[in-house]
Design a protein around this ligand. Structure first.
Ligand SMILES: O=P(O)(O)OC[C@H]1O[C@](O)(COP(=O)(O)O)[C@@H](O)[C@@H]1O
Length: 272
């Protein structure tokens, strides 16, 4: 029996990485970090999601309920990635390296998403529980022909520096061997070191996780440029966009660097 779901995955991956690369706006911070992560005017998801979609982003990544409440903004306009794990920082400190189920693969299918996303904190004391979650997501996503995006976030008591290239490479290697179709992981600080991360992915697309807000937006664009030059396939970014004075412009600038390889010094003009 042929597995038609292989075609479904290929179709959805193509939509997510239109030029072979993609720019995704991550907006799951309301749970992961708390509403204080947002400037006050973006507390309502509809405000910021509307601006980002108007700017032409390739995809938005949200939890299922947020995707549903903003559906009139993204339907027919951009691709959707449904993240189905999360956790709050209201938890006791020692329980924050575990994510919980925040929806189901069937929710992503019902919403017409292009992919499902789940986090694995490699090295966490809860790594085993997160892997059980991951493989359950993977099992159903395969059945429905959905690519699985793994947020490969090495974090835990034995990890001194989660941005260290050897640690990030280990998380990426574990991600491909756990069947990730797309990987989102940390920027390792340089083109050379991120090239090693891409090599460790052995052909599975790697997207840079935006990370903390850079001192200057041009520095963020330069990191994105390094990721692309290192063979990365794009970026999944939240804070460096929704905390920018012109979030739509910031997305336009990032799109220029990722899809057209415009130098950051020029691309930044779109964010003015
Ligand atoms: O790495 P942290 O601080 O836990 O942040 C996790 C957040 O980062 C992301 O992975 C990417 O968003 P950012 O660009 O803001 O880092 C979000 O999807 C997630 O909520």
């Amino acid at each position: 029996m042929m597995s038609y779901s292989i075609a479904g995955k290929e179709l959805r991956l193509k939509r997510l990485l239109p030029s072979g690369r993609g720019v995704v706006f991550a907006f799951d911070h309301g749970v992961e970090h708390g509403p204080s992560d947002f400037p006050r005017e973006y507390i309502n998801p509809r405000t910021i999601i509307g601006k980002i979609i108007e700017a032409g982003v390739d995809a938005v990544m949200m939890l299922p309920a947020t995707a549903f409440m903003t559906r009139d903004l993204w339907i027919g306009k951009t691709s959707l990635i449904v993240k189905i794990t999360s956790k709050t920082n209201l938890r006791p400190e020692n329980e924050r390296l575990l994510q919980s189920i925040f929806g189901y693969v069937e929710d992503a299918v019902a919403l017409g998403a292009e992919a499902v996303a789940a986090t694995v904190y490699w090295g966490s004391q809860y790594e085993d529980a997160m892997l059980r979650q991951w493989f359950e997501v993977k099992r159903l996503a395969e059945k429905y022909g959905y690519p699985s995006l793994q947020l490969s976030y090495p974090r835990g008591p034995a990890i001194k520096n989660m941005y260290d290239v050897e640690i990030v490479k280990y998380g990426v290697r574990a991600a491909i061997e756990s069947g990730a179709d797309l990987i989102k992981t940390y920027y390792t600080g340089s083109l050379e070191s991120f090239r090693e991360v891409v090599e460790a992915a052995s052909g599975i697309p790697v997207l840079m996780s935006g990370g903390a807000v850079r001192e200057r937006f041009i520095d963020f664009l330069r990191d994105v440029e390094n990721v692309i030059r290192a063979g990365g396939r794009g970026v999944v970014v939240g804070r460096n966009v929704f905390r920018h004075k012109n979030p739509g412009g910031a997305i336009r600038a990032i799109m220029k660097v990722v899809h057209e390889e415009i130098p950051p010094e020029e691309a930044i003009k779109y964010a003015e």
